[in-house]
Structures are given as C-alpha cells and as structure tokens.
Design a protein around this ligand. Sequence first.
Ligand SMILES: [Zn+2]
Length: 749
Amino acid sequence: MEGEHVLICVAWPYANGPLHLGHVAGCYLPPDIQARFERAKGNRVLMVSGSDEHGTPITITAEQDGLTPQEVVNKYHEMNKKALLDLGCSWEPNIDPRGIEFGGSLFNRTSDDDHKTKVQGNFKSLYDAGFFESKTTPQFYESYEQGGGRFLPDRYVEGTCPACDSEGARGDQCDSCGATYEALELKNPRSKLSPDAKIEIRDTQHLFYQLNKFQSALEKYSEDRHGVWNSNVRAMTRQQLDAELRPRAVTRDLNWGISIPFDDDEWSGKCVYVWFEAVQGYLTCAQIWSERYANEHPRGESAWENWWRVDEDGNVPRHLYFLGKDNIPFHTIIWPALVMGLNAANSKENEITFQPKPGDLALGYNVPAMHYLLLAGGQFSKSRKHAVWLPSFLEQYDPDTLRYYLSINMPENHDTDFNWPDFVEKVNSELIATYGNFVHRVLTLGHRLDTTSSDPFSTFEQLELKEEKDEVERLFQLATDSLEKHRFKESLRHVMGIAQYGNQLLQNAEPWKYMKNPDDEGYEQSMSSLAFCWRIARCLAIATNPFMPKSSQKLWNLLGHETDVQHQSWYDAIHWAAPRCWNSETPTPLFERLDLNEIMEREQGLIEENSESKEDITHTVKGGKKKKKEEKNMSTIEGIQYIDFETFMSIELKTGVIVKADDHPNADKLYVLNLDDGTDNGRTICAGLKEYYSIQELEGKNVVFVANLQPRPLRGITSEGMILAADDGDGGVSIITLDKSMKPGSKVR
Ligand SMILES: [Zn+2]
C-alpha cells in the first residue's frame, strides 16, 4: 500500500542512569534503521518513545544522592535524549520534513502531565469496564517517632533471609540464595534508608488488573502472530501463557508516580505501578505528538488515530515494537491485554477480542526483539557499573562507526560481544577498507580525469554494462528483503557486498592504466566501468542511509548532490538513468582510521580519572571473555572495590627472566622484552619502562609477570602479558624482582 501508516515503538529507557552500548544495540539503533528505511520507501512513519521516569529505583537513587526524584529524571532524560540525537537517531525534527501527514517522531517522558492525565483516563475506563479487582495484602510500614510513617515497597526493606539466613535480603527476594518469599517471612526486617525506624506489617488495599480474563484472547493473538514473531518471542510468550495469567497489581504504596484518579482518602499516598503506565506511553506519546505538532494535519488533534486505529475498511496500521529480550512478555502479553481491555471498555458488551474492529486500537504487528550485546562476555548493566556509556563514547568517536559496528554485530539471533579490538578491526578493515576506500578511489580518480569539466564522467558512459547492473540490483534487493524482515546485520552485509563488488570492478577495469591513453584497446570498457562506479557510490549513499546517516549524507555531497539524501526514495538507489552531478572540491575520506593503542591508552587514562568506572574499563581493556560469576561477586563498598578470592586466583602470576631488551620500533616509551618464562619459546612483552631503566639494567633481571593477560598488539607488536612494577605516582617506578633466584615459570601466590 502506498504510504502505509507505520508506528515505530521504541522501548522506553529508564531514566536512572546514562544509556550504554548494550541498550543501543538492543533497543535504540534497530528502530532508527527501520524508521529511516520505511520513510525512504514512502511510508508514513510515526516513531514514539521517551524516558520511563517513575518507580522505586529512581526514588532510591534520589534519596541516596540527596536529590528529588524529579531532579534525577531531569538529568538523565536530557542526557539520554542528547546521546540518542548525537548517535544520529531521528528523534528530531518532530514533524517529517515531507509534511505532517507523513508523521514524525516524539521522544517524550512519563512525568509529562499530559501522559499522566491520559493514563488516568485509561485507568478509569478499565476500572469502569470491570477489569480490576481489589485485594488486601500485608505490607511493611515504617512509623516515625514524631508521628506518621509510610508503606515500604519491597526494595525499601532489608532483613535476614528466611531460607539461608543471609543478611541484606530484600523484602521479597534474597540475592544470596535466590529464594523468594512473602513479606511476612523476612526475618529482622528494617527500613533500608532509615534503619532505626520502627517497622511493622499493615494491611493495604490494592487494585489488580485481571490478566486472567484475557488468557484466551491472548492465546489466539499469539497463534495469529505465529508466522511473524521470531522463535525467541514465540517461546517466551508461550512460556508465560502456559503458566496461566494471574491478576497483576496496578497500584502500590508510593508517592513518586501517577496518582490514582479516585477522590477517596484511601487512595492518597498510592500510585499506579510503572509497568501499567510506562507501556501506555506508546499510545499517549502518539496522542501528545498529535496535540502538539499536528494542527496542520487534515485530522488535526486526531491525527494519531491514523497510526493507532483500524480504519473503516479494516486496514490496520503496522505497529513494530523494538526492545530487548527481557522485555518480551510486556509487549506480547501485558500491553496487548491492556489494548484489548481499552477496546472492550469502548464496546457495548465489553467484549474481549484479539481481532480489533474498525475504530479499535491496533494490536502489535511484530516485536523484533533483540538478544543482548555483552561487554566482553558479561551483560551490560546499568546497575552493575559494567558498561561502555553512550554519552562518553560519542564524545570520542564518530557515531557512524558505532552504528556500523553495532549493526554488523547486532544481537539478532544470539548474544554478541563488544570489545575494543574487535571494534577497531571491523571499522578499519571492513568499513574503511571496503566501503570508505571504494568511494574515495572513485572520487579521486574522477578528479584526475578532467577537473575543468562540470562532470568528468559524463562522456564515459558508453557501454551498457548489463551484467554489472544486474549484480548490484541483486545485492540491493537482498539488502531490502533483509530490512523488511528486520535482519539488520544481514542487510548491512549485502550493502557492504555492493561496495566490495565496486572494488572488484575497479580493480579489473584498471582505469588508472587507461585514463591517459584513449587510443588503447581497453579504454572504453575501463572508463565505462569507472563511470558506473560513480553510480555504485550513489547507490551506496542511499543504501547506507538507514545504517549510517551522517556519512551517507557526506558521500551524497561528495558526489555533487546538494539535497538531503534521506529524502531520496529507496529504489532510486538503482535508478541507473538518474542525472549525474559532480563536486569539484577535493574529496576527503568518509571515515578516520582508528588506532587501537591510542584507544587503549585513552581508556586506561579514564580509569585513573574516574575510579567509579574502574570496573568497566578493566573489563574493556582485557577484551576477552570473562566469567559471569566473577562480576556478580564484585562489589563496591565505601570506595574500595573488593574482588572475591576466586577472581584473584584467576590472575596467573609467574616469574621470568628478561633475556633481551630492545627499543620498540614505533613507540618512544616502550621496550620490547624477550622473556624466558619457562617455556621453549619464551614470550614477548611490551613494557613502558624506557624512562626508568636502560637496556643494560633490564637484561638478566628476574621479574614477575601476568601470564594470562589477553595478548594485544601494541603499535604493531603483540604483547603477551605484563611485567609487574611499583609506581609511587611521583615519577618513581621500580620493577618487582625476586629475592632469590627461581626457575623461570614459577607460580607467584
Ligand atoms: Zn537467602
């Protein structure tokens, strides 16, 4: 259908910390690629998301940092929104430049008053339709000496685990043994934030959403989506449905959130649960966008209905939900159950159905959920301080290199890893060597032809080159088909295949050999191929746009276009008769090469600057796989970072003898040391000791080294470990030597 309405729903980031690369790969980059692709195909795209700003993790951060919850969320909302824009995600402008009827985007927030009002309205509708039930449950309550008190959500309570007697167990769950229990069972309960307050158990009344009423409709919906959802989404949904849905609490005892829209005193001091309201943001955000930006739309404030309601002919707007795999049941069960509830509340008999009728709100078409991107083997997590943060990443690196790396490494079918050496490798030897170099060669060769002409290639398009066009079209179609199926990694591989094919063509045509000799036999063929390579580069500018918008625009301009490449239609990429143009300025490369050593030095420097992020940087520098168990056991207590015994024992320290020391050929501060480590071959270690030791002083020394550090290249030489040395921070450095002579390779404990 021409100009189909597509709603791109992006999981709402929790405003309790900065975004890290795991979030970007899982939730935030894929929808932007999809949105750009859909727009290029001529579809009407509305993209919605925003900061999820309520709930106890935020109030706990606020109380611990001496801030108000609003101050916490203001900080992270701004920071994360800026980072997403810096990454090139199309959250601005809010109105599609093609016109308001083509949609736009809004990155909103759940503390927005209009969101609150709309959620309260939906709450009432669902209540009136009879989908809530009321229950009284016991809950911890702290009372103050001066009078008053408050109910304590589970995260606010600590005590002794009833199962294993561990201290510091939470109100409903023990982190040590994993046991879950009823609040009443926790031993020695106390308030986490005011441990001296008197604590008791009081009854409290709450409303529950009757998910059980939707069980059958959800099962039918899930069967209906069978051929669309991927296997992971199907399996996780099945698992929850098989366990039978139960009523789920929608209210809780907390002030930070959306208040319950009832006047009775009983409901003061209570709010709506985050799960119930944040997920409604997909709907409220579309409505708010329409109220704030769509006054020029033919339907005005009702514009959102084009993206949400089934039209009179039964056409359903296509809803795509992008999220990480931990969030699947929220989008295949809970949110559909709320949408079905709202539709039922709107119908005469409150009938629940999985097939929305004209005028009803649409259910999700697909949930292209991602697996996890891991940081060198451990899962990225905000709470564990184990991450590479998006804002600081973007201060240093070209956003398109990250977009490339995360796309080509996207966790579509299984978890994938981020590590710096792999990032540098993929950028330098794939992105730059294949794509960057190809377009740079074409442009440079063009400039060598005849720079006085307004288009040096124009006279060379003599031969038809049918076979070549077919091949590019074939690859382009493959890339398109993959994008239709949300297979971003596969699609980008096909796009890179086009660049690779261009390189081959150039290599075979050897235009640099023929360009000065028009009388040679192969001249015409060679020059026609070169001219066609300009068209391949033009194709690449359009095809790379969803993935790497910034460099795609740069290429578009280098080719001589003055327009905005994102307004080119998708299939224009293979429109071979498109008018030519030319940019007479000397071309500059699309990307800068990355230097792993510089990156490692910078990351190392960050450790010293910021002890808070010590853990994640150490992980990053090591770059190898790491056992999950080790990270779990690391904890920070009052600024001291403890490691457990097992982690310590995993570091292999050994003795060795420096047999030979040489100057590093490419680095002023480094020596290349040959070490007798007790093995036949010995090992090479690069060490920054030049300022402190002469070669003569080092040779023959008995030293201690880390034997199981992942080998890494240091300016061209692979270093296989690290020599231990003491550093007084004041310019004094001394290597650790042995008191007695020992056999090389002896273990140090
Ligand atoms: Zn326990």
